[in-house]
Design a protein around this ligand. Structure first.
Ligand code: NAG
Ligand code: NAG
Ligand code: NAG
Ligand code: NAG
Ligand code: NAG
Ligand code: NAG
Ligand code: NAG
Ligand code: NAG
Ligand code: NAG
Ligand code: NAG
Ligand code: CA
Length: 792
C-alpha cells in the first residue's frame, strides 16, 4: 500500500511540473496542435511533428487486451533507463508497477478495469517524463482465443458434479503469455453486492484461492476438483488465472492469462455433488422469486427482426452473437436448434438490458415457446454498456449473474426451464420495423431513403445525411475518377452522432483496403475486429468491410469492391422526417428527396443541371468538416479549396450504358443486402391446451397443424395458415375431453401467455422501384438464400 501512496505523490509532482517550453513539446498535448509544431495524429504524414512527438504520444504492442487485465503492454519507439522505476496510471485512477526490460523498453501491466473501449494510461519513470498512451480493452467473449487459457472439454467443466460427470479437469494456455518458469494457478470469483438498481450496487472481483502453486509453465494443468471451503462456494461464477509464481497469492495487476469466464460447477459444495438437480432446482426457485421482485425490463427492449435475413441486414441495430454465429459453424451451446443469433447492439436506456434473437436453418425465429433453444432477452446486456464499471453494465459479468447462471440452475443443471422462460420469453417481431436505407456507390449513383435514384458528379465534400435533431451528420468526399473522364467517385465518408468520436472511413492508397480514422487517428483492426469507441462502435472483420454503429441505431456500412466504395446508411424509423442531404428526405415520399439546402425541391429530376445544382447546394462548410486532411494532396485539393469545386463540370449527357459495370453493381446491391428487408408478420400461435402443434414458423404463408392429446377431441381448425393480412386462417383450436375421460392425458401446456394480435405490415425500403419482381419472392425463397449466403 505504501508503494501506491508513494507513486501517487510522484504523479502529483509530475503533473504540476510544466517543464517544457509551451508550444514546442507534446507533453500532455497528444492530438492537439502545439503552436509552432504539431502533436496532432496527422503530423507524421504532414511532417510537422514536434521533435518529442514520439516520446509522448506513444504506441504499444499489443494495442489491446482483456478487460480483466494482466496484459503486458510494451511501449514502442522510446527507451527507458534500465534502472528506472516505472509506474503506469490507468484511467487516471489505477496505478500499476511497470518495468524496463533488457532492451530498455518500458512495460506496463494492465489492471482489471470493468470497462471496455479505449483506456488511457500514463507511464512515468524516474527521469520525470510522463507519456500518454491509449490501449483498447476487450470483452473476453470477443477476444481471440489465442489470448485466453482454454478449458479443455468445456462441457465437462460446465456439468462437473452432475450425474456421471467426474474425474479430472484440464486447462491449457500459451506459455509465452506468462513470462515465468513457474506459475501459480488461482481461482478468482465475481459477485455483485448491494441492492439492485441502487447506488450501492457494486461489482466485486475477488481472488478466492490457489489451485496449485509453483506449477511449471508447461501450458497445461490438470486437477481433480474438490469442493471449495464454505466461504468460497457462494461464488458460482469466475475465472482461473495463470501468473508467475514469484507473485504473492492473489496479487493484483500482474501479467497473467485468464480462462474463459465460466460457471464454477466444479467447486460447488457437497450438496451439489450429492444431488445437483435438487440443488439447482432450489436455486432456480430462489431466482424465480428474486426476479419477480426486480423491475420488469422487457417493455424497454426492442423487438427482434422477423427473419434471419432481416437480422443480418439490420446492421445498425443488431450484431452477430459470438456465441452462435453462422459464419463460425453455428456452435450454439445455449441455443440448440438455432444456426445464428444476433444481439441488439445497444443496451436499453434505463436498465441496460439486452435483446437476443435466434434463427433456425430455415431463417425463422426460434422462440422459447417452442424450443429450449429459443432466443432470450437479457437483464444485463452481455457486452455491457457505458459507463460500464458498475452493475448491471459491467461487460460480461453482470450478464452472467442475471441471465446465465439462472439458465444453469433452471435449464442445464435441473429440468425447470419453464421458470427461466417465464422471465425471459423470446420477443416476437410484431413491433419490429425494418430500417430505411440509402446507398451511394460507384460513379456517385445515389439511391435515396425513399427510393429515388440519381447520379451526382460534383467534386468536393458534401453532406450525405444531416439529421439535426439527433445530431447525426454523415459527410462524403468525391474525387475525379481520372483526369480525362468528367466524372467523380466517393472516396471517403466521415460521420458523428451528437458528441461521439468522429469516424472517417476512406479508400487507402494500398489496394483492397479501407482506412478507418477515429478523431484523426488511424485505427488498426489487426488485433480486434470490434471497437467500443466513445458513443460509437466500429466493426471491421476484413479490410474491405467497415460497419459503424451509433447509439440511435443508425448504421453506416462501407464496402470496398475493387476500385469502388459503396456506402449504405441504415436509419431506424425514428429518423423519419428528420433527414436532409444527398441521401434524401426520409418521409416515405420520393418526390421531395432532392431538396436543396435552401429548402427548394428539384422539379425535374430528368434535368441533370438541376440535379447538379441540388448536389452542389449540399457542399459542407470549412468549419463543419469532419474530415482529416493528412496529406498535401488533401490540404490543397480539399482543406484549402472551396468545398464544392465550381470549376469541375461533369459531362451531363453521357447516356446510362446498360453494359456499364457500375449499373450491374446497382442491380447487385438491390438484389443483395437491401432487398433482404422483406415484409413479415409474426405472432406466436400456441398449441391448444391438452394438445400439440406441428410448425414453428409464424410468418406469412406458414402453416401450423394442431393435434389433441389422446382422450381429447379437436374443435375448431386443425390447420391454420398465416395469411397475407397477418391473421391466422380458420378458428381457434380447442381440445375438449372426450365423454369417456382418460385422466392420464399429458399436459403439454403452453408456456407463453397471450400475445396480442397486432398486424403490422412492414414496408419495403430499398429498391422499391428498381426491383419489383424480386420483391415478390416469398419468405420461403428468401430463407433459402439466407442459409447459403455469406453476406455480412
Ligand atoms: C540512468 O539512471 C542512473 C541513475 O539514476 C543515472 O546515473 C544514469 O545517468 C541514467 N542513464 C541515462 C541514460 O539516463
Ligand atoms: C467431455 O466430457 C464429457 C463428460 O465427462 C464426456 O462425456 C465427453 O466424452 C468429453 N468429450 C471429449 C471430447 O472428451
Ligand atoms: C449415469 O450412469 C449410470 C450407469 O452407467 C446410468 O444408469 C445413469 O442413467 C446415468 N445417469 C445419467 C444422468 O446419465
Ligand atoms: C518450485 O519448484 C521448483 C522445481 O520443482 C523447485 O526447485 C523450487 O524450490 C520450488 N519453489 C518453491 C518456492 O517451492
Ligand atoms: C424441477 O426439476 C427437478 C429436478 O430436475 C424435478 O425433480 C422437478 O420435478 C422439476 N419441477 C418442475 C415444476 O418441473
Ligand atoms: C426535364 O428535363 C429534361 C432534360 O433537360 C427535358 O427533356 C424535359 O423536357 C424536362 N421536363 C419538364 C417537364 O420540364
Ligand atoms: C462557420 O463559418 C460560417 C461562415 O464561414 C459562420 O457563419 C458560422 O457561424 C460558422 N459556424 C461555426 C459553428 O463556427
Ligand atoms: C457501353 O459500355 C461498354 C463497356 O464499358 C462499351 O464497350 C460500349 O461501347 C458502351 N456502349 C455505349 C453505347 O456507350
Ligand atoms: C410435421 O410437419 C412436417 C412437415 O410438414 C412433417 O414432415 C412431419 O411428419 C409432421 N410431424 C407430425 C408429427 O405430424
Ligand atoms: C464483406 O461485405 C460483403 C458485402 O456486404 C459480404 O458479402 C462479405 O461477406 C463481407 N465479409 C465479411 C468477412 O464480413
Ligand atoms: Ca422523401
Amino acid at each position: 500500500m505504501d508503494k501506491y501512496i508513494y507513486t501517487g505523490a510522484i504523479f502529483l509532482l509530475l503533473l504540476s511540473c510544466v517543464c517544457s517550453v509551451f508550444g514546442q513539446s507534446c507533453e500532455g498535448r497528444c492530438g492537439a496542435s502545439a503552436g509552432l509544431c504539431s502533436c496532432e495524429w496527422t503530423c507524421e504524414s504532414l511532417k510537422n511533428c514536434c521533435a518529442d512527438f514520439k516520446d509522448f504520444c506513444v504506441e504499444t504492442q499489443p494495442y489491446s487486451g482483456t478487460v480483466f487485465g494482466g496484459t503486458d503492454f510494451v511501449i514502442l519507439h522510446t527507451t527507458f533507463n534500465k534502472t528506472d522505476n516505472v509506474v503506469c496510471r490507468f484511467n487516471n485512477d489505477i496505478d500499476t508497477v511497470g518495468y524496463v526490460d533488457e532492451l530498455s523498453r518500458g512495460h506496463c501491466i494492465s489492471p482489471l478495469l470493468y470497462e471496455t473501449g479505449w483506456i488511457n494510461f500514463r507511464i512515468s519513470s524516474d527521469n520525470a517524463i510522463t507519456r500518454g498512451v491509449c490501449v483498447a480493452t476487450v470483452h473476453t467473449g470477443k477476444l481471440d482465443s489465442k489470448f485466453k487459457a482454454v478449458l479443455v472439454n468445456a462441457t465437462k467443466w460446465q456439468y462437473y458434479g452432475t450425474p456421471n460427470v467426474s474425474g479430472s479437469l484440464q486447462m491449457t494456455w500459451d506459455t509465452s503469455s506468462v513470462k515465468a518458469d513457474r506459475v501459480n494457478i488461482e481461482l478468482w470469483g465475481y459477485r455483485e453486492t448491494g441492492k439492485a438498481y441502487t447506488d450501492d450496487w457494486q461489482a466485486e472481483w475477488k481472488y478466492l484461492y490457489t489451485l496449485e502453486k509453483n506449477h511449471s509453465n508447461s501450458g497445461s494443468f490438470s486437477f481433480v476438483p474438490q469442493p471449495a471451503a464454505p466461504q468460497f462456494s457462494s461464488f458460482e461464477f469466475g475465472m482461473i488465472r495463470v501468473s508467475s509464481s514469484v507473485n504473492p497469492d492473489g496479487w493484483w495487476n500482474v501479467e497473467a492469462t485468464w480462462t474463459e469466464d465460466h460457471a464454477l460447477a466444479w467447486h460447488l459444495d457437497d450438496t451439489f455433488r450429492a444431488d445437483s438437480a435438487a440443488w439447482a432446482w432450489d436455486k432456480c426457485l430462489a431466482w424465480d422469486k428474486y426476479e419477480t421482485e426486480l423491475p420488469n425490463f422487457l417493455h424497454e427492449i426492442i423487438d427482434c427482426p422477423c427473419t434471419l435475413a432481416q437480422a443480418r441486414a439490420d446492421t445498425g441495430r443488431f450484431h452477430t452473437d459470438y456465441g452462435c454465429d453462422i459464419e463460425k459453424g453455428s456452435v450454439c451451446t445455449y441455443h440448440p436448434g438455432a444456426v445464428h443469433c444476433v444481439r441488439a447492439i445497444q443496451a436499453s436506456p434505463l436498465y441496460g438490458a439486452g435483446q437476443q434473437c435466434c434463427y433456425d436453418s430455415s431463417g425463422d425465429q426460434v422462440l422459447t415457446g417452442d424450443s429450449i433453444g429459443g432466443s432470450t432477452p437479457d437483464r444485463a446486456h452481455d457486452w455491457g454498456s457505458p459507463p460500464y464499471k458498475s452493475p448491471p453494465r459491467v461487460p460480461g459479468q453482470s450478464h452472467w449473474l442475471y441471465d446465465v447462471l439462472s439458465f444453469y440452475y433452471c435449464c442445464l443443471w435441473s429440468d425447470n426451464c419453464s421458470y427461466y422462460f417465464k422471465h425471459r420469453p423470446s420477443s416476437g417481431c410484431v413491433k419490429y420495423k425494418t430500417p430505411k436505407s440509402a446507398v451511394v456507390f460507384g460513379d456517385p449513383h445515389f439511391l435515396t431513403f425513399d427510393g429515388l435514384s440519381y447520379s451526382f458528379n460534383g467534386k468536393g465534400e458534401y453532406t450525405l445525411v444531416s439529421a439535426e435533431e439527433r445530431g447525426l451528420i454523415i459527410q462524403g468526399r468525391t474525387e475525379p475518377v481520372t483526369d480525362a473522364a468528367k466524372a467523380t467517385k466517393m472516396t471517403a465518408v466521415a460521420m458523428r452522432e451528437m458528441s461521439s468520436d468522429v469516424i472517417e472511413v476512406r479508400m487507402s492508397s494500398e489496394p483492397n483496403r479501407l482506412e478507418v480514422l477515429q478523431n484523426q487517428q488511424k485505427l488498426s483492426f489487426t488485433e480486434q475486429s470490434w471497437m467500443d469507441l466513445y458513443n460509437v462502435f466500429v466493426f471491421s472483420p476484413v479490410s474491405t468491410n467497415v460497419t459503424v454503429m451509433f447509439p440511435s441505431g443508425a448504421g453506416v456500412e462501407v464496402r470496398l469492391r475493387g476500385d469502388n466504395m459503396a456506402t449504405t446508411v441504415l436509419l431506424p424509423e425514428l429518423f423519419s422526417d428528420m433527414t436532409l442531404g444527398l441521401m434524401g428526405k426520409l418521409n416515405g415520399i420520393a418526390q421531395d428527396d432532392l431538396t436543396l439546402s435552401n429548402g427548394q425541391v428539384v422539379q425535374n429530376i430528368s434535368n441533370p443541371e438541376e440535379v447538379f445544382s441540388f448536389g452542389a447546394s449540399w457542399a459542407i462548410t470549412k468549419n463543419s468538416s469532419l474530415f482529416t486532411y493528412d496529406s498535401t494532396f488533401l490540404e490543397t485539393e480539399y482543406k484549402n479549396a472551396p468545398k464544392h469545386d465550381a470549376t469541375f463540370f461533369p459531362d451531363f449527357y453521357v447516356s446510362e450504358n446498360s453494359s456499364d459495370p457500375l449499373l450491374n453493381q446497382a442491380v447487385q446491391i438491390c438484389s443483395g443486402q437491401g432487398s433482404q428487408f422483406c415484409s413479415g408478420v409474426l405472432w406466436f400461435l400456441s398449441p391448444p391446451e391438452n394438445g400439440m402443434k406441428n410448425g414453428t414458423t409464424y410468418i406469412q404463408g406458414s402453416r401450423v397443424v394442431l393435434f389433441c392429446d389422446e382422450g381429447f377431441t379437436l374443435k375448431g381448425s386443425s390447420e391454420r395458415v398465416c395469411q397475407q393480412d397477418g391473421r391466422w386462417s380458420g378458428e381457434d383450436t380447442v381440445c375438449a375431453p372426450k365423454a369417456t375421460i382418460n385422466v392420464a392425458g399429458i399436459v403439454a401446456g403452453s408456456v407463453i401467455g397471450g400475445i396480442a394480435l397486432i398486424v403490422i405490415v412492414i414496408s419495403i425500403v430499398l429498391c422499391a422501384r428498381k426491383d419489383k419482381k424480386k420483391k415478390r419472392r416469398k419468405a420461403s425463397v428468401q430463407s433459402n438464400e439466407v442459409v447459403t449466403s455469406s453476406n455480412f
